[in-house]
Write a protein of this length. Sequence first.
Length: 233
Amino acid sequence: MALPKLNTQTFELNIPSTDEKIKYRPFLVKEEKILLQAQEGDQAEMFDAITDVVNACTFNKIDISKMPSFDVEYLFLRIRAKSVGEEVNLNLSFPGDEKVKVPAKVNLMDVEVEVDDNHTNKIQLTDNISVVMAYPTMKILAKVNMQDLKAQDAVTLIASCIHQIIEGVETLEARDFKTAELNEFVDNMTQTQFAKVNEFFTSMPKLKHEVKLTHPKTKKKGKVIIEGLQSFF
């Protein structure tokens, strides 16, 4: 006699970048084990684990490997909320008094992907040359440390995310060029041009949430903005 199969509840959400509606489920014990094991490894292993879990929990209906990282983070946050609880307890620094930690409760279902009003993926480098950028995937981000981005890592990140190079009326597809050629293109940018392209990453959509705090001693009110997947755990 076969063992009974356990039914898992499903939920729906809209993917931030496309507004496509998809179904998802909480992660199971076997998937939680994958995440726990990955925590003992490096950043690349953790990002791979998140990608694998999101793939499984969205029934392999979408290609997670090609999705913008903020989409994957949003999906993972919602999956995590339905798996182990929608509320998380955080200790946040009070603004202006960073040594003071204030406990705060955040509902993960309230966290959204926010877009900077001035954000654009087309950057004008010269009067005649511009680049169209693609958002980094989890695989690309796994190779760099965004919190402490070294010069060569920044070049690699930018080169990996170039989608098109437009020169006058001609559009060049980045996929038609070797990695070394794209790296050389970025290396030959001026500091001003490099800063323009880097702004694409600093202003791109990200998980963001405002939390109101009360100073435990002075009772002064304050608020902090937390952003990025790591901030919510």
